[in-house]
Structure formats: C-alpha cells, structure tokens
Design a protein around this ligand. Structure first.
Ligand SMILES: Cc1cc2nc3c(=O)[nH]c(=O)nc-3n(C[C@H](O)[C@H](O)[C@H](O)COP(=O)(O)O)c2cc1C
Ligand SMILES: CC(C)CC(=O)C(=O)O
Length: 313
C-alpha cells in the first residue's frame, strides 16, 4: 500500500492514479500553455521569509473572521465544479468537511449536489458562487434558493465570460456532467462531440455581456453580501469597492481561464494597497502549503481559498 500522503502535492498524485484520465485532466488542467498554472505555484516558491527569533509563540490562534463568521483558520473552500466526479457523495461530503473543520464552503454554480442537499447535510457556513447566464431569471432563481437555504453570501465569479481554452478537455472530449441546480431550468443536452462540450455549452449559456453595471441588478435581487472573484488589478479592485462589494477574491480561476494572467500572489499586494482596508481581500491560486497561506496573509489577505476536490479520495 502506498504511504499516507503528507502534503497536497502527494494527494494530487494519488488522484492521478485513482481517477479516470478525463476527470483528472479536468481537475488538474489549466488553459492553453498552462503558463499561469505553473506560475501560480512558482511565484509562491520565489517568496522567502525574514524570520525573527525568540518571540513567544507558545500560544497561537489561527482563527479569523470572514464577513463576521468566525473560522478556525484563514483557509476556506473554493468553489469547484462537480465533486461527484471524485466521490459519489459530492459536495455534501465537502460541506461536512467544512463543518468539521469549522470553516466556510463556497458551493460552485456547477456543483453536482444541489443547494438544498448541501444545506440539509450539515451546519457548515456556505456561500453560493454564481455565474450569470444569458437567461437572467436563472440567476435570480438560484440566488433565491441560496437565500432560502441559509447561504450567507454570494460569490460572483467575474473571470469567465467564456470558458478558458483547456486543451486537455478538448482532447479528451470532456463530457459535461449533470448540473444539479439547473435541472428543469436549462436544457442539459450534449451539444457537440467535436471537442470539449464544456466549452461549447458554456459559450451558448454564459452571458458574455456581463459588466460592472450589472452589479446593481444583482444587488437589486438579493440582500446577501456579494463578493467578487477574479480581480487581478488595482483598477478593478477600486471599481469593485465603488460598486459596493462586501469582499474581493484575487483569483485567476486556478489558471483555467486566461493563460498569461499573472500569478495571483504576485498581484495581491497591488490590490491590497488599492483597497486600503475598505473591504476584506481573499486570494486563491497555487496555495498548497501552510507557508503559502502565511505568505498570502503577510501580503495582506484576510484568508485564502483552496480547492478540495482531491481530498475526497
Ligand atoms: C476542478 C476545478 C473546478 C473549478 N470550478 C470553479 C467553479 O465552478 N467556479 C469558480 O468560480 N471557480 C472554479 N474553479 C476555480 C477555483 O475556485 C479557484 O479559483 C482555483 O482552483 C484556485 O487555484 P488552485 O486550484 O491553484 O488552488 C475551479 C477550479 C478547479 C481546479
Ligand atoms: C465548467 C465550468 C463552468 C466550471 C468552472 O468554473 C471550471 O471548471 O473552472
């Protein structure tokens, strides 16, 4: 039997051995040359510490708060699609893990368990990640369902007007699994067999016209606080604060959208300086170890998000 994994990279290798290639590639892959995929991790490696000694660290408290919710450590669960590709219990198992770690789970729009199933499974604090489709009433319906089921915030992912060109998915002719929350709201028929049908379906469904003015519309359909995910520049961070978001997530979508976007840790400081403490800043991308979390906090993040799909194995 293989030795127990001791870090996330070893979990990833176990996932590669355990999963069908199509699913592993979907989970692990990035867009195009995967330049940013590597950079997200390597930019962390280039940061070293300036450690000070003889400081009393016998009692440390890792807990923090995100939008007034106290969590045990500054690590929350990022929204990631289709957990059932790795585990039959899907996002329900992930939510239980969040509850037992006393942290927050962000449920993906593209989840394989429904909002209602996740809400009924445990008492984890959950946020709901939203994509806005051309059929705007679908977003309104999902937001209402999230509110009704006790979700505490919305995370608007703003870096996916189109799906990134993920060449592994194209080669594997990645089949789109069920979108549990969209049952009865959107046709889920397979629309193409010539490449990644994720990309074709996303092109048909996603509202590529979404822009800053639509934040007003989103605020008009919900009282939940809105975090915006996908900010990489000071200009967009300032706009986000101006339109009244409750928090910013510095993210390049795990390098799955626009390749040659900067590594997130390399732009965190720019965003932190622009925002000047007006809203909390979270970040994700390339966080694989506690030292990465510490680097993000040292550069001004309130917390990081990590993708938990591999941890089901
Ligand atoms: C398999 C997978 C699926 C993802 N699905 C979503 C999603 O549905 N919505 C979203 O906003 N971000 C999605 N992301 C991006 C993550 O929320 C997060 O930004 C990214 O994984 C962070 O980078 P890391 O993978 O290096 O930790 C996904 C990422 C992965 C790896
Ligand atoms: C299929 C996608 C819309 C889900 C997602 O955001 C992703 O895979 O990165």
């Amino acid at each position: 039997m293989a030795a127990e994994p001791v870090n996330l990279n070893e979990f990833q290798e176990l996932a590669r051995l355990a999963l069908p290639k199509m699913y592993y590639d979907f989970y692990a892959g990035g867009a195009e040359d995967e330049h940013t995929l590597k950079e997200n991790v390597e930019a962390f490696h280039r940061i070293t510490f300036r450690p000070r000694i003889l400081v009393d660290v016998s009692r440390i408290d890792l807990s923090t708060t995100i939008l007034d919710y106290k969590i045990s450590a500054p690590i929350i669960i990022a929204p990631t699609a289709w957990h059932k590709l790795a585990n039959p219990e899907g996002e329900v198992a992930t939510a239980r893990a969040a509850a037992s770690c006393n942290t927050i789970m962000v449920l993906s729009f593209t989840s394989s368990s429904s909002i209602e199933e996740v809400a009924a499974s445990c008492n984890a604090v959950c946020f709901y990640q939203l994509y806005v489709l051309k059929k705007r009433d679908i977003a309104a319906t999902l937001v209402q369902r999230a509110e009704r089921n006790g979700f505490k915030a919305l995370v608007l992912t703003a870096d996916a007007p189109r799906l990134g060109r993920r060449e592994a998915d194209i080669k594997n002719k990645m089949i789109k699994p069920q979108l549990k929350n969209l049952e009865g709201l959107l046709s889920t028929k397979v629309s193409s067999d010539t490449g990644s049908n994720l990309e074709a379906d996303a092109r048909e469904a996603m509202d590529a016209s979404l822009s800053w003015k639509d934040l007003e519309w989103l605020r008009s359909i919900t009282n939940l606080p809105i975090l915006i995910k996908g900010i990489l520049t000071r200009e967009d961070a300032i706009k986000a604060v101006e339109v009244g978001v409750a928090g910013i997530i510095v993210s390049n979508h795990g390098a799955r959208q626009l390749d040659y976007s900067p590594a997130t840790i390399s732009v965190l400081e720019e965003v932190v300086h622009a925002v000047k403490g007006r809203v909390p800043i979270l970040m994700d991308g390339g966080v694989r170890r506690g030292t990465d979390v510490f680097k993000a906090l040292a550069l001004g993040a309130q917390a990081v998000l990590v993708s938990f799909s591999q941890l089901h194995l």
